[in-house]
Design a protein around this ligand. Structure first.
Ligand code: ADP
Ligand code: MG
Ligand code: ZN
Length: 479
């Protein structure tokens, strides 16, 4: 099943929870670490013991403000509320969150295709513990017992809420991929979906194409991979269209993505704000960062993926659509600094880009450590015709594995230069002698045969010949 049938438009708004990479938890000094022995990073505060008091983590506030700056939000004075509900993984029976005065409001994120998704808010809250349901079925309702790990309880989160601006599963995936890049660039979160440090709720509705009014939405909870996100949106939209087509009405509710079944299933009817009995957290004062602190936080945001793409695009000139894909890949793979440095060292930008994305990406760790000067020197040999593309790729693999080196020396050690100069002339002569009819037609002016001869020479040299050098040799023989 894919998206809804024609005539319908998908509307999606996302709520993204991201764990901040602080040293300690949001309101206590327990370590904020993933994967430790369960229930070892706990204290009276994050276990919700009576009489304990929260103390706000300064680093968490700074990282939250960085996220706000990176998403073009207004960073404001804010306050904390208690969101009351009962769940075993939340020992206080309330979660400290920001409610009507969030720290970041009103931003946007621009995607690689140029579309913009509005950000309603990005507020601070604490994470809950983690429950594992045990038993043969692996399902919540038929579990034999549940285990709770409170190491995650009180870990700082920023919840990022988008406007309902997303119009397809693909755009939702692109949004999350871009957001991940932003969070990593801002060093605010490691944004690892597989470790749960980035978790997504997708609000999905459908409406007839061309209409303005939003349809009734369902919220799909806790999607933890880009793949699940995309599939869940497509299936949920198709389900809603089927309900409406059958004369029914979509009921607003919270749903769960059943990965095995490939469908969404109802979890509970939608809670309203009043269900949570929000009230101001009496143990925390309002948060009012001064202009200096906000500026320091904004300055802590590293170069964002969009800026990195723009930097490469400027080097290339006016990128073709293929180069646009390549420069996005280079940024996604963290190879753009290498490309920029190679161009500064004299490499042609387009060639540096395509070789980085196609040849170096097979070993990213080695590629990121490659000496840009050696990379640039190799690209210059290829550009000048001293090495064929096939030879250049072979030399590049050696450079990559060695972290750098002298590409000319490597080429000589592989016998590449000898071929390019003396041997090639002989190979071309042999090929011409072996195909007298084609040669006669070439001499008579049929230029298409240049391609035929080049192909034969490539075959005879196992691709080691340089195309430009072959063309030169053919022209010389023709006289
Ligand atoms: P709540 O406070 O009940 O969670 P919000 O109005 O804050 O609801 O919206 C939560 C999320 O749902 C936001 O990301 C928003 O963009 C999205 N959303 C709201 N209405 C719709 C809709 N009709 N279709 C799709 N997404 C929606
Ligand atoms: Mg919500
Ligand atoms: Zn603690």
């Amino acid at each position: 099943m894919s998206g809804p049938s024609t005539g319908w438009e998908i509307v999606v708004g996302l709520e993204v929870h991201c764990e901040l990479q602080t040293k300690t938890k949001l309101f206590c000094a327990c370590p904020n670490a993933f994967g430790d022995e369960p229930n070892t990073n706990v204290c009276p505060v994050c276990l919700g013991l009576p009489g304990s008091l929260p103390v706000l983590n300064e680093q968490a506030v700074e990282l939250a403000m960085r996220i706000g700056a990176a998403l073009h939000c207004e960073v404001r004075s804010s306050s904390f509320h208690r969101k009351n509900y009962f769940y075993p993984d939340m020992p206080k029976d309330y979660q400290i969150s920001q409610y009507d005065q969030p720290i970041n409001v009103g931003g946007y994120l621009e995607l690689p295709d140029g579309s913009r998704v509005g950000i309603v808010r990005a507020h601070i809250e604490e994470d809950t513990g983690k429950t594992s349901h045990r038993g043969e079925s692996g399902r919540i309702h038929s579990a034999d017992y549940a285990l709770v790990d409170y190491n995650r309880s009180g870990v700082p989160l920023v919840e990022i809420v988008t406007e309902p601006d997303i119009r397809s599963a693909a755009q939702a995936r692109a949004f999350v991929a871009e957001l991940r890049g932003v969070l990593v660039a801002a060093e605010a979160s490691d944004a690892r979906m597989e470790e749960g440090s980035l978790r997504i709720d997708a609000n999905v509705s459908v409406r007839a194409e061309g209409t303005e009014q939003l349809g009734t939405r369902c919220e799909i909870k806790n999607l933890n991979s880009l793949r699940s996100l995309g599939l869940a949106i497509e299936h949920e939209a198709a389900r809603q269209v089927a309900v409406i087509d059958a004369g029914g009405r979509v009921v607003q509710e919270t749903r769960h993505w059943d990965e095995q079944g490939g469908r969404t299933v109802p979890l509970r009817s939608k809670e309203e704000a009043f269900d949570y009995r929000y009230f101001p957290e009496p143990d925390l004062v309002p948060l009012d960062p001064d202009a200096d602190w906000k500026a320091r936080a904004a300055a802590g945001v590293g170069m964002l993926p969009a800026e990195r793409r723009a930097r490469l695009a400027a080097l290339v000139g006016s990128p073709t659509s293929q180069q646009t894909d390549q420069l996005q890949a280079a940024v996604d793979q963290g190879l753009d600094d290498l490309v920029v440095a190679a161009v500064e060292a004299g490499a042609p930008a387009g060639l540096a880009l395509v070789r980085a994305v196609n040849e170096l990406a097979v070993d990213l760790v080695a590629a990121r450590a490659l000496d840009p000067g050696s990379f640039a020197a190799l690209l210059q040999l290829e550009e000048s015709g001293a090495l064929s593309p096939t030879q250049a790729k072979t030399v590049l693999a050696t450079l990559r594995d060695a972290g750098g080196g002298d590409p000319g020396a490597i080429a000589r050690s592989k016998g590449f230069e000898a071929l390019a100069e003396a041997t090639l002339e002989g190979v071309v002569r042999d090929v011409v002698d072996a195909h007298p009819d084609e040669w006669a037609r070439y001499l008579a002016g049929d230029d298409k045969l240049a391609g035929f001869f080049t192909g034969q020479v490539m075959k005879a040299t196992s691709g080691k010949a340089n195309g430009k050098a072959v063309a030169g040799a053919l022209r010389r023989l023709r006289g």
